[in-house]
Design a protein around this ligand. Structure first.
Ligand code: FES
Length: 113
């Protein structure tokens, strides 16, 4: 079966250096998030590997640390590299966020499931 892309937003709705959560399943809670660095996008499931279903953000769209150079889990402070989701500090050191596949087409960002 061919993967079906789900529209997340327009690319220009993702400011450079920022993060944003999405609820593509309409579950009432964000289940994926995207970090933009220049023209590159990094998408992950909104689930901390420390506890499998723990959402990461301390408030909506707030997935980055104060320096904005790592993803942070609000629950116990684990830090993750933006580029590959690897935990570099905290209780799940050595584990990684689960990446999601994103496609940008005609100025829009799609999640491919
Ligand atoms: S649940 Fe994320 S660091 Fe503990």
């Amino acid at each position: 079966m061919r993967p079906s892309p789900t529209l997340l937003c327009r690319l220009d709705e993702l400011p450079d250096g920022e993060s944003r959560g999405f609820d593509p399943l309409g579950a009432g809670q964000d289940s994926v998030f995207v970090v933009r660095r220049g023209q590159r996008l990094y998408g992950y499931r909104d689930q901390c590997p420390h506890y499998g279903d723990t959402p990461m953000a301390w408030r909506r769209h707030a997935y980055l640390d104060a320096a904005r150079d790592h993803i942070v889990c609000a629950a116990h402070g684990a830090l993750f590299r933006i580029a590959d989701g690897a935990c570099v500090r905290g209780p799940c050191l050595g584990q990684s966020l689960a990446p999601v596949r994103l496609v940008v087409e005609d100025g829009c960002v799609y999640l491919v499931q």
